[in-house]
Design a protein around this ligand. Structure first.
Ligand code: GRF
Length: 237
């Protein structure tokens, strides 16, 4: 078991970042947040990082985007800057937490080899359903009776990488999008740290299945942990 060094990428309010910070400080998270990266100048997550003395950096992609350049090239230029920043730290994993930019194959190639994925994401829906930016709205508008969240490794597609873990919450007849977002976020704040701990403890195994790389969790307490999480969220209003 080891304590991991992680960088957290954000674009917005950063409630997932906050839950990782709190659990890191209390010792529940087997990881230290060594850097926070934002693509938005005034993301509230930056304030959270500052309050906890975590080095935080803004890489604003609009500086690189112009009409003479392909979007991919502009993204790679921005990512070069991010990579340069991260070189100043010993990073084991990058955790995307509401980061609203897709990472290019150029960036990802720095952080993966066949079975070693080093970029994680938390997605607000039960993948492969509802990829993209509006997981809670899409789940709600589809009329689902259960919603879910997914922690997965990031590959070159949009929300297509190997799934690490998922958890579900009920959707009641009188629900609203805001209510299910609240329920889902409570689950996110439990599942993301848990997945990082599984990584730190060496409980994530990779296997090739058909054409895909899939993961298995080998924690003997896996069922208990998941059961407790879902029970806690079922009673939320
Ligand atoms: C979360 O719902 C996460 O699943 C998605 O973006 C949102 C970020 O929320 N990727 P926050 O900034 O952590 O509050």
């Amino acid at each position: 078991m080891s304590e991991l060094n992680i960088a957290v990428f954000i674009s917005g309010s950063g409630t997932n970042l906050q839950s990782l910070i709190d659990k890191s400080e209390s010792g529940e998270l087997l990881a230290k947040i060594v850097a926070v990266i934002s693509d938005i100048d005034d993301a509230y997550g930056l304030v959270r990082a500052e309050r906890h003395n975590i080095p935080a950096f803004v890489v604003n992609y609009s500086r690189f985007i112009d009409s003479h350049r392909l979007k991919r090239e502009a993204y790679e230029e921005a990512e070069k800057e991010i990579i340069k920043i991260l070189e100043g730290f010993r990073i084991d994993y990058i955790c995307l937490a509401g980061y609203m930019r897709l990472l290019t194959p150029y960036f990802l190639s720095h952080f993966r080899s066949e079975y070693v994925y080093r970029v994680l994401n938390i997605h607000p829906a039960l993948l492969p359903s509802f990829p993209g930016r509006h997981g809670y709205e899409d789940t709600f508008n589809y009329g689902c009776k259960w919603g879910g969240i997914t922690v997965h490794f990031v590959d070159e597609g949009e929300d297509t990488g190997p799934i690490i873990a998922q958890a579900v919450y009920p959707i009641w007849p009188d629900d609203t999008v805001d209510k299910i977002r609240h329920r889902g976020l409570s689950l996110e704040h439990m599942l993301y740290p848990q997945c990082i701990n599984w990584l730190a403890k060496g409980f994530i195994r990779f296997e090739r299945k058909g054409g895909r790389i899939v993961t298995y969790i080998t924690d003997p307490d896996y069922r208990v942990v998941l059961d407790e999480m879902i029970k806690r969220v079922i009673v939320l209003k």
